[in-house]
Design a protein around this ligand. Sequence first.
Ligand SMILES: Nc1nc2c(c(CN[C@H]3C=C[C@H](O)[C@@H]3O)cn2[C@@H]2O[C@H](COP(=O)(O)O)[C@@H](O)[C@H]2O)c(=O)[nH]1
Length: 324
Amino acid sequence: MNPCDLVRSSAEHVVRHAELVTINDAAIERVVASLDDVAEIAAGSFDRELHYWDSEQPDAVAQYLLVVDALNFCFWPDESEDLQYEHLAGGLRRSLLADPSALDASRLAVIDGPMLRSLLRWPRPLPLEEERARLLREVGEVLLQLYGGLAANLVRAAQGSGVELVRLVLAAFPGFRDCCVYGGRQLHFYKRAQIFVGDLWGCFQGSGLGRLSGIPQLTMFADYRVPVVLRELGILSYSQPLAAAVDDRQQLPAGGFEEVEIRASTIVAVERLRAALLARVEAEGRGVEVSQLCSVKIDWWLWEQGERSMHQHRPHHRTLTIYY
Ligand SMILES: Nc1nc2c(c(CN[C@H]3C=C[C@H](O)[C@@H]3O)cn2[C@@H]2O[C@H](COP(=O)(O)O)[C@@H](O)[C@H]2O)c(=O)[nH]1
């Protein structure tokens, strides 16, 4: 079982039956044609400034990235609405710099809500705080049971295969098993399991613990920011009732048709965007390293657009979830 293929086939199944979200292929062609330089996407890089990075401490970097991606979800219910990914990544970075043992598995295994809040250096209750603490305890306990307390041992167990690492993360941690049932069929999205692999590969720039094969097999990471960007680009269109609900900031139930169609259409749209980008590179005979034109880098390119323009863009969809 290749977990990335399961994600792709799940998303394609939903898109075949979707009634609330449409992918506009003409818009995909238009966006690709309008790009000044496709190489910019292939050259995209992981944001090492925002994250903890120490070339002398690769095991600490791996531990940090697993903790980040165990908590990398659902920032929007914050009462002042200003909690974002950067606060998670930056708060954990500062805590680890101040105390190298801050993310030891034995510490994670006993963390509670208030302790998590201080680990992230967040001044008020976190959205889904108790659930975040439970998910972090799960990571600590399983790392102690199976991997000597080290995320780096989990990474090494994959023996350099990115897809195998996704599989090992799913096998180890129930909290990463981002699935649902849609019309009697199990769907797989695996956003946080895949983004952990993408973050390792990106942070280590494809070397050391980030030397992972099969990165082009990963799909984009089905979050709530990238669908907004695709909608603003005209690549995704919502039915009028869905558009009204999203623009009105109404909550969409987890596993409901609305949420599932948004997530699945986002995955398929990025796959189609990638195919169109590769076709342009082929046509232009440009010297772009096609293995770098992967869904991971297209995702980063779209996500960073969403971060930059979030106050100009229409609202993202709101689903209370632990998966993204
Ligand atoms: N598809 C996709 N979703 C991503 C990321 C990231 C962080 N990636 C950084 C790490 C390495 C690279 O350098 C990236 O800069 C977070 N998220 C998701 O976004 C949402 C948070 O949004 P906001 O509330 O605005 O902070 C939430 O669902 C979160 O899970 C990504 O890369 N791709």
